[in-house]
Design a protein around this ligand. Structure first.
Ligand code: EPS
Length: 364
């Protein structure tokens, strides 16, 4: 028993979609809790004017009845309000009418750092828009909706997941983060940053060392690296552990399985160890610059400036929400694998029985 997630949707197309499989029946979902995470993702200092156009809300098309999951695929939709400005440019079908609105002219100036060049080469597109639309971080909206569902499931198991920015453009306090964002905006430049996600109440035993692909840290790292613009992931003290001695690197074990430190970030040998799970993800500066970088015109082959489009100065606060939801999804997936159950009550019974079995050593 595991969770599955398939998504679809382009940034300026009609909508973003997600189909979630493997949820137990009888999980109560709260529409407002999902919409509140969608709103959190849209907020943050330095976001694009696009966020004033969108008011992301989830619609459920299947798998839910009167607020309870049916144990069947759950189909979620988040509409793109901006699509009304791209009705011709992003129409799924050819239109007989005169081109109007946005997206009617082919984009031929790839932005260094975006999917533009690699995408057109890989798929044989002659319009960069055919690559950038799906690669856009707009797509993270529907991952947040899926993660909000995962958080509802984790909540039943007493697991909480929270993400926050720890660094924006090199600044580590709120004031500095704002100043750095303002300065980058004034210079028509962009910034990246680092976010941290902490999961509490995770029992020991999620994930496995049996195969590389089963390891919880490997799964979290892959999932976080899958978020647009993320270039690095650390679990616990991460790369810093490579620079200290063993006596300073590991978390000594006290009776009751309490650790004196949590340098491992709650995961040893790819298995959760009962301590809070702590992961960090670093995002590069966004690749759409108002003062564009050097590039090439794909039609003429001549040197040119990259595409300039409305964009964010930085989206690190948004990444904190997306990373939180991504970690939640991976933990929920690992919990489904460990505890199974077609109905939520079966899953909770398995969870309870497991906690009883280890209760002589592990106390949450
Ligand atoms: C993005 C470019 C911008 C961002 C977008 C991600 O989109 P647009 O070109 O429509 O202004 O605003 O993020 C979102 C729309 C969102 O909802 O997060 C990109 O190229 O990745």
């Amino acid at each position: 028993m595991t969770l599955g997630l398939v998504t679809a949707g382009e940034s300026h197309g009609p909508a973003l979609l997600a189909i979630l499989t493997g949820l137990p029946a009888g999980l109560r979902l709260d529409r407002e809790a999902i919409d509140s995470d969608l709103r959190r993702r849209q907020q943050g200092y330095g976001r694009s004017p696009r966020q004033q156009l969108e008011t992301d809300q989830v619609e459920v098309l299947a798998g839910l009845r009167h607020g309870s999951t049916l144990g069947t695929p759950l189909a979620l939709v988040v509409s793109n309000r901006d699509h009304e400005n791209w009705m011709w440019g992003m129409s799924p079908w050819p239109l007989e009418t005169e081109p109007e609105g946005k997206g009617t002219k082919p984009v031929t100036l790839p932005r260094p750092g975006h999917a533009d060049l690699a995408g057109v080469l890989k798929y044989g597109h002659d319009d960069v828009r055919n690559a950038l639309e799906r690669a856009s971080a707009r797509h993270t909206a529907v991952h947040v909706a899926a993660g909000a569902v995962a958080k509802a499931l984790l909540g039943e198991l007493g697991i909480g997941v929270a993400g926050h920015p720890v660094e924006i453009g090199g600044a580590t306090d709120d004031e500095g983060m704002r100043e750095a964002t303002d300065a980058a905006r004034a210079d028509r430049d962009t910034l990246g940053g680092v976010v941290e996600v902490v999961a509490t109440g995770v029992p020991p035993g999620l994930g496995s060392y049996a195969e590389k692909s089963d390891r919880l840290d490997a799964r979290l790292a892959a999932a976080l690296m899958g978020i647009q613009a993320v270039k690095g992931v650390e679990i616990g003290d991460g790369l810093a552990l490579a620079r200290v001695r063993g006596s300073e690197a590991h978390d000594e074990i006290d009776p009751g399985l309490v650790r004196r430190t949590n340098r491992a970030g709650g995961i040893e040998a790819g298995v959760s160890n009962g301590e809070p799970i702590v992961v960090r993800a670093g995002m590069k500066p966004l690749p759409t610059l108002m003062r564009p970088l050097d590039s090439v015109d794909l039609v003429t082959g001549e040197a040119a400036q990259a595409l300039v489009e409305r964009s964010d100065v930085q989206a690190v606060e948004a990444l904190a929400v997306v990373a939180e939801c991504t970690v939640a999804w991976e933990l929920a997936r690992a919990a489904r694998e460990k505890f199974g159950g077609d109905a939520l009550v079966d899953m909770l019974a398995a969870h309870r029985s497991y906690l009883e079995r280890i209760s002589h050593t592990w106390h949450r």
